[in-house]
Design a protein around this ligand. Structure first.
Ligand code: C2O
Ligand code: CU
Ligand code: CU
Length: 503
């Protein structure tokens, strides 16, 4: 077998530095036999510093990429062989973007997390034809946050994102140094794009979802960080800021360090928390972002793990699932990457900042409407049969009993108002996302949000029922509506999405 044959999870584990499956937390792993000498170093995406009024070009293109298990293979990326650059913008600036579609299929580029009007949002109505160019001029005015961008073409988002089209955008207000936060990109302010993939016999990414993959979302058996399998990051021996983005199609990561060290969440999807939140594990759902501070001052190497995706299914049993076990979800802890502190690197942050932002409690009384959204993974037997190839329609999931339709506006809200949206789900947890807004979680599963989820967000993982307070500050004409949808991309593509206007 050559190194190019398909990687099993266990092989990936070996490659990625865990000497054996079932690592025990609490005991220090044996570093001597841990990360192999040839473990790739963590790729740091090119940083594009966007400047007011100056064009930024992003090209969606084919390329060749080394994932870390052999030769370079065919891939797709955004101005890159795989994934995209990190674009850092200053809040208040206007950036003329130039998005080039160098693929041979339709695409779009959606700015997930930007608070902007719908005509520049890059949703399924902003199609860019093969060879075409889209030139939205975007004024970014919002609190500092880690956001991202990815294609959103009608019915084809999952495949395009899976094959590599996603990048991170950092919105900054220039005050992080005053806040006592690390700001040296790639040194102590590090983007980590987390994904899970399946590789084919030739070492290429394979996207061929089965019926089960459609139902659960497509999950891989090999973990990638910034497009590399089991990479190693060399970091200063002080506080380091990690910008975590879950860019997987469907998998929840349950992050923790191999020595169980605490770490500190400083920001959620749409902005900073009032103060650092100390945790030892953190669940990050598809499309969610968190920023954390990790203290590497003890100089010891440490692995970043994910526990099994126990959050994927919920409730009493898996409706219509013939198998007894979770499908596609890993049952073991798996290594994502390793950190190696290097005392030769300059440390800029040695203590934890106390106050990060002011956060008023959610103003529930401001809500002018209450709406309910029921997520429907399988709309009856018809959906099941279509899924099994007996009907042909790919649209078998929905919200409130209706599958997504480009021509139908489901909800109309009023610009400048707030509403309470109640999201209901059954049988499994769905990461629910809304375009063009940020929101506050009022309750999830009947409980107050956890501290790390109490700030501004644009994704909420709903296992049963959640209530969120949404503020509509950006316009969306009925002809160019915003989207709300499940961010399990297979669910989105199969109809678990709706459209809303803001007028
Ligand atoms: Cu991250 Cu509708 O998207
Ligand atoms: Cu979005
Ligand atoms: Cu879903």
């Amino acid at each position: 077998m050559s190194t190019q044959t398909s990687l099993t999870r266990r092989q990936a584990l070996l490659l990625s530095g865990a000497a054996a499956a079932g690592l025990t937390f609490g005991s220090l792993p044996k570093w001597a036999r841990s990360a192999p000498a040839n473990a790739p170093s963590l790729p740091i995406p090119t940083l594009i510093e966007a400047r007011n009024g100056e064009p930024v070009t992003l090209a969606l293109q084919k390329g060749f990429h080394r994932f870390g298990h052999g030769a370079a293979v065919q891939s797709t990326g955004i101005s890159s062989s795989y994934l995209g650059p990190v674009v850092r913008v200053r809040s208040g600036d206007t950036i003329p973007f130039r998005v080039e579609n160098r693929l041979n299929e339709d695409t779009t580029l959606h700015w997930h997390g930007l608070l902007i009007p719908s005509h520049v949002d890059g949703g399924p109505h902003n199609t860019i034809r093969p060879g075409g160019v889209w030139t939205p001029e975007i004024t970014i005015k919002q609190p500092p946050a880690t956001t991202w961008f990815h294609p959103h073409p009608h019915g084809n988002t999952a495949r395009q994102v899976y094959l590599g089209l996603a990048g991170m955008m950092i919105v900054s207000d220039g005050s992080d140094r005053d806040r006592g936060l690390p700001t040296s990109y790639g040194v102590d302010d590090i983007p980590l794009v987390l994904q899970d993939k399946r590789f084919g016999r030739t070492g290429e990414l394979v996207y061929a979802p089965s019926m089960m993959d459609m139902m659960h979302g497509f999950q891989g058996d090999t973990l990638l960080v910034n497009g590399a399998i089991g990479p190693v990051a060399t970091v200063p021996a002080g506080f380091v800021r990690l910008r975590l983005l879950n860019a997987a199609n469907a998998r929840n990561f349950d992050l923790r360090f191999s020595d169980r060290r605490p770490f500190f969440v400083i920001a959620g999807d749409a902005g900073l928390l009032p103060e650092p939140v100390e945790l030892r594990n953190l669940v990050i759902a598809p499309a969610e972002r968190y920023e954390i501070l990790v203290n590497f001052s003890n100089g010891q190497p440490v692995d970043l793990f994910t526990g099994p995706d126990i959050h994927h299914e919920s409730g009493p049993g898996m409706m219509m699932m013939p198998m007894g076990r979770r499908i596609g979800s890993s049952a073991e802890a798996e290594v994502l990457m390793q950190f190696r502190p290097d005392s030769a690197l300059k440390v800029s942050v040695t203590r934890l900042p106390r106050e990060l932002s002011r956060l008023a409690p959610p103003d529930v009384a401001s809500a002018v409407a209450w709406r309910t959204f029921e997520l429907n993974p399988m709309m009856g037997m018809m959906g099941m049969m279509r899924m099994m190839g007996m009907g042909g329609s790919p649209q078998m999931m929905g919200i409130n009993g209706r599958s997504f339709s480009m021509g139908r506006v489901d909800v109309t809200t009023k610009l400048g108002t707030s509403e309470i949206w109640e999201i209901q789900s059954a049988a499994m947890a769905h990461p629910f996302h809304i375009h063009g807004v940020s929101f506050r979680i009022l309750s999830n599963g009947g409980r107050k949000p956890r501290p790390e989820q109490s700030g501004w967000k644009d994704v909420v993982l709903v296992a049963e029922q959640a209530e969120i307070l949404v503020r509509f500050d950006h316009p969306a004409a009925p002809k160019m509506p915003f989207m709300y949808h499940c961010h399990i991309l297979e669910h989105e593509d199969h109809g678990m999405m709706g459209q809303f206007a803001v007028v």
